[in-house]
Design a protein around this ligand. Structure first.
Ligand code: TTP
Ligand code: MG
Length: 357
């Protein structure tokens, strides 16, 4: 099978292995070989979910987003640690600086992953990967998994194929042999609802999806997503790397240890979240015109209230005032609150920030 790509690109995707847990193991080698779970306050008797678990803990069925209490039941002898975001952000900056030494065309996807465009590089795949892995190991002592292919879709799938410390190169010929046997969920942008719909059509693997005519997919999923699925199943993806990233919103939320009905405590938490979110806003050099408050009641019913200002705001007191006027529009009597969140949207860049790498 050949792909209709006139100028094949060479895209690398890198994903750190068990990232938060590996940073913790690196600074405390006594953790090595033991099951380690990172999440919330690091106390499994308290509320919170697993951010990540090391490979040792995953053997017990522990994975990201599992409640900490369930993780404890699965492995009581695991070591539970709180999330130390600052330490992981520092490690993240450092591994990305290794990538930027190789090529300036990098897309920063999240705290532990990035794409790199190697199309203009002369060195071979193995040589570049060896340089990246050695550089990251030297600077932060961690391992990562790398995928290389002709586009972002395949490179990301590839980096996940041989974790940990993997290197997988997918060529156009591999689409049939290696992509098609995989379940449809492996495709970027295909979530649980599409998976269910496809299952009802007896489509489980990417190969089965690729066998469907484009008209069938367009009729079922609409012209844009239908066509996307048709192409993705064939390993086609011409999305460019996004090298500068503008945030759409900045948010923080927190779950109370015990469901809360005291207005003072709820308002105090909203004020605290506002303080954090405004610090983040200022740090990134933005101002916001929209403030959204999120409230989840103890029965998990969730509502949002939003306020929009004519002018972009950056001052904490002004943003807090908007958050509180959202709170006034929330019914609290006789109800208990499980979670509150504050989100700043309609962002406008007002100052230049520089990233230290
Ligand atoms: P992942 O790359 O999904 O996971 P990982 O790096 O821990 O493990 P893997 O070797 O399979 O790549 O996510 C990167 C980090 O993001 C992870 O260490 C913790 C954080 N994270 C959360 O906080 N919550 C989540 O639900 C997920 C999936 C990740
Ligand atoms: Mg990872």
């Amino acid at each position: 099978m050949t792909l209709p790509d006139p100028s094949p690109r060479r895209i690398l995707h890198l994903d750190m292995d068990a990232f938060f847990a590996s940073v913790e193991e690196r600074r405390n080698p006594a953790l090595k070989g033991k099951p380690v779970v990172i999440g919330g306050l690091g106390d499994p008797s308290k509320r919170g979910v697993v951010s990540t678990a090391n490979y040792e803990a995953r053997k017990f069925g522990i994975y990201s987003s599992l409640p900490l209490k369930t993780a404890y039941k699965l492995c009581p002898r695991a070591i539970f640690l709180p999330v130390d975001y600052d330490a992981y952000a520092e490690a993240s900056r450092r591994f990305k600086s290794v990538l930027l030494d190789i090529s300036a065309i990098m897309e920063d996807v999240g705290i532990d992953e990035a794409y790199l465009d190697l199309s203009q590089e002369r060195a071979g795949n193995e040589e570049i990967c060896a340089r990246i892995k050695a550089g990251i190991y030297e600077r932060i002592g961690l391992t990562c998994s790398i995928g290389i292919a002709q586009n972002k879709l395949l490179a990301k799938i590839a980096s996940d194929m041989e974790k940990p410390d993997g290197l997988t190169i997918l060529t156009a010929e591999d689409v049939e042999n290696r992509l098609w046997p995989m379940v449809v969920r492996k495709l970027y942008g295909l979530g649980p609802r599409t998976e269910e719909t496809l299952k009802a059509m007896n489509i489980v693997t990417i190969g089965q999806l690729a066998a469907l005519p484009v008209d069938t997919l367009v009729k079922r999923f609409g012209p844009s997503y239908g066509r996307y699925l048709y192409e993705a199943a064939r390993g086609i993806d011409d999305r460019p790397l996004v090298t500068s990233w503008e945030p759409k919103s900045i948010s923080r939320e927190t779950t109370f240890q015990l469901d809360e009905k005291n207005w003072q405590a709820i308002a105090g938490t909203i004020a605290e979240l506002t303080r954090e979110v405004v610090a983040d806003l200022k740090g990134r050099g933005y101002a916001a015109r929209n403030v959204t408050l999120k409230i989840r009641y103890s029965d998990f019913r969730t509502l949002t209230r939003a306020c929009t200002s004519r002018e972009a705001l950056q001052r904490e007191d002004e943003i807090r005032r908007l958050a509180f006027s959202c709170l006034k529009r929330v019914e609290l009597t006789g109800r208990k609150v499980r979670l509150v969140g504050v989100r700043l949207g309609h962002l406008e860049k007002i100052a230049k920030t520089c990233t230290v790498v």
